[in-house]
Design a protein around this ligand. Structure first.
Ligand SMILES: N[C@@H](CCC(=O)N[C@@H](CS)C(=O)NCC(=O)O)C(=O)O
Length: 197
């Protein structure tokens, strides 16, 4: 399978991490996330949103949206529960990740890392909302081992991706004890690879 990828992107890292857990070989094609001038040429016909990650299966079909790719690859494996309510709970966390967490935790990291100028009040508001998302995650993890059914799943993989580098977006993860313990547990999973891997 071929992954249109970016080494710094947490959304792409989700796919690389799950693939590593599953022992799947991915060919990686790196795309720039700042200079998007070749996006239409490279991703046109594969992803109408022209964003990475995009996974091209061996039969040529293409799938975009990081959490949809996680769903596809994990279905039928230990990383996606088989019981209906637990499956829905995993989807609940994937939705939370895309609506409340990623736009507010990943975007400040992107702006700060690439030195992209934004109105300080816009950055501060994203960080405020990101802090709320992290607090919600921390509260849910208190007394739990993993997000759903106390088994490591794509819900954990999806939320791990930007949470473990949240400090790069100006967040202090040190204040979230349950998140910190959970980050350590994810890192111990067989097949774990770092975002830089
Ligand atoms: N909802 C999408 C978001 C994908 C996304 O924002 N990708 C970024 C990299 S993390 C990207 O392609 N940025 C460059 C662009 O928007 O052209 C997902 O989860 O895959």
């Amino acid at each position: 399978m071929l992954l249109y990828d970016n080494a710094l992107s947490g959304n792409c890292y989700k796919v690389r991490l799950l693939a590593s857990h599953l022992g799947l070989e991915l060919e990686r094609r790196e795309l720039d996330v700042v200079d998007r001038s070749n996006r239409a040429e490279v991703l046109g016909g594969l992803n109408p949103a022209l964003r990475v990650p995009v996974l091209v299966l061996d039969d040529g079909r293409a799938l975009a949206e990081s959490n949809a790719i996680l769903y596809y690859l994990a279905d039928g494996t230990e990383y996606f529960p088989s019981e209906g309510f637990e499956r829905a709970q995993v989807v609940q966390w994937l939705m939370f990740e895309q609506y409340s967490h990623e736009p507010n935790v990943a975007t400040p990291r992107f702006w700060l890392h690439f030195g992209i100028e934004v109105d300080p009040s816009v950055l501060a508001e994203r960080q405020r909302l990101g802090g709320l998302a992290l607090a919600a995650l921390d509260e849910h993890l208190a007394g739990r081992v993993f997000l759903v059914g106390d088994r490591y799943s794509i819900a954990d993989i999806s939320l791990y991706a930007y949470t473990h580098v949240a400090d790069e977006g100006g967040f202090d993860i040190g204040q979230y004890a349950s998140i910190r313990a959970w980050l350590g547990r994810v890192k111990e999973r067989p097949g774990y690879v770092p975002i830089t891997g």
